[in-house]
Design a protein around this ligand. Sequence first.
Ligand SMILES: [Zn+2]
Ligand SMILES: [Zn+2]
Length: 531
Amino acid sequence: MKIEAVNGTAKPLSPAAETNPSKQNFQIPTKQEEQEEEEARGARITDKVVKKTSRKREVDEKEEINETQANGRAPQSSKRKKPTRIDEVEAEVSEPSAKRTKRKQIEVNKEEEADSEASPAKRMRKTKVEEEEGKLEENGEAIKKITRKRKTKEEKEAEAMPIAARSNGLRMFIGAHVSCAKGVHNTVTNCVHIGGNAFAMFLKSQRKWENPPLQNEHKDLFISNCNDHKYDASSHVLPHGSYLVNLAQEDPEKATQAYDAFLDDLQRCEALGIKLYNFHPGSTGSHPRPSAIARIAKALNRAHLATKTVTPVLETMAAGGNVIGSTFEDLRDIIALIDDKKRIGVCLDTCHVFAAGYDLRSPTAFKKTLDDFDKIVGMKYLRALHLNDSKAPFDSHRDLHQNIGLGFLGLRAFHNVMNETRFEGLPLVLETPIDHKDPATGKDVEDKGVWAREIKMLEGLIGTDADSEDFKALEKDLADKGAEERKKLQEQYDKKVEKDRKALEKGQTRLSFGKQKKKNGESGQASDSEA
Ligand SMILES: [Zn+2]
Ligand SMILES: [Zn+2]
């Protein structure tokens, strides 16, 4: 099948590639090509033909077409297959033909994604920009508002098109934390855009206490979008709670504020048909841990009575100190105090648990961590996973998300994850960084193709042999990409370890990181990336 970009937007896939992830034979643009396309769009050259490079695998079209026609869905291969090679991973993502793209998707206003409800990784930077803008206004100085170029209809249409086809028939439901800007209904099309089969989002601004109520129109659109695109909102949508909410809050007034915001989120879930709701358990605020845990459980019991169907899901945390949830024992202790144990769950964040001292890298370590989880918490409570590599070393208690395979976890850990049968059917949500510097402007820009490629790569790990040459090559390529960053973070970590060692020698008991840190003050949910 000869593939050429027709107008810089639509790139036909081979029919099989649309449905069969196990084939890994996508005819797809490279990152460079995608950038070229962006430039072409910017210049409004909509009829520019972007030639495909020669970095393509041979496609046995006939075989694929036959297979697709035979079953319409790609079977999840149980036999060992080859993992995606790195050059293919880079070029993994494609845009299906225009006819597959429903008219509705065109209405997704990507322009708004640059606004508030972006990915967790981007959140903090944006807050800063907005705060700076706010200050300028207060001072009454001349304000140069950040104006965004209005996009042309063609640009909007191009951006609304999926950049990767969704895989069908998998037992692993992988997606990402997508934007809910301009209404929660947009999350569905944002997930379609990256080829995800599960997604997370914020239900309202995660930085504000006061939010307008969920609009009926948005609610109806969310439900119809889920139906149209065949997402099971009750199983594969995992909203993320506000970072402001701390259910362990001791101060009565603040505790009421936190509970009200939490309950409001749960009620939004129920209105939308969502049954899982992920949140950070909370912070002791330097009060005794057992009483803080009791406050969390009390709030959850109260919230259970005020709702009917939604299950709050406790996220595992990376930081130590006041933060609750960086040990399995914390989660166990909360669950022990819950009256309705059918409506409480846990979300295992791969980066967080690794940074908290639970290894996932080798099959043996992975098994031990899961065994520990089962023994201490109980596997039946596992309701979701966040898939993130870690920029920071093992047991460093730093919450720094990295792209899959580039961090200290490495691809082998994710091979373990993708082949763990107990994770089948759960929402598996990427919270990996997608920002990169635009070489032309020097500004940070989002590249959602990162998620699209990571989803395809992870799906490609299912049923593959981790001892194969292909897997090793892919693992090494990704590890090489992240080597510099790992070296930097390792040095930072080593310095802290050394500093703490010296402090201990001097008789100080407070460490600057880890489970014994932050004995004073409200560290809240503070962490590096907080997702
Ligand atoms: Zn997370
Ligand atoms: Zn989180």
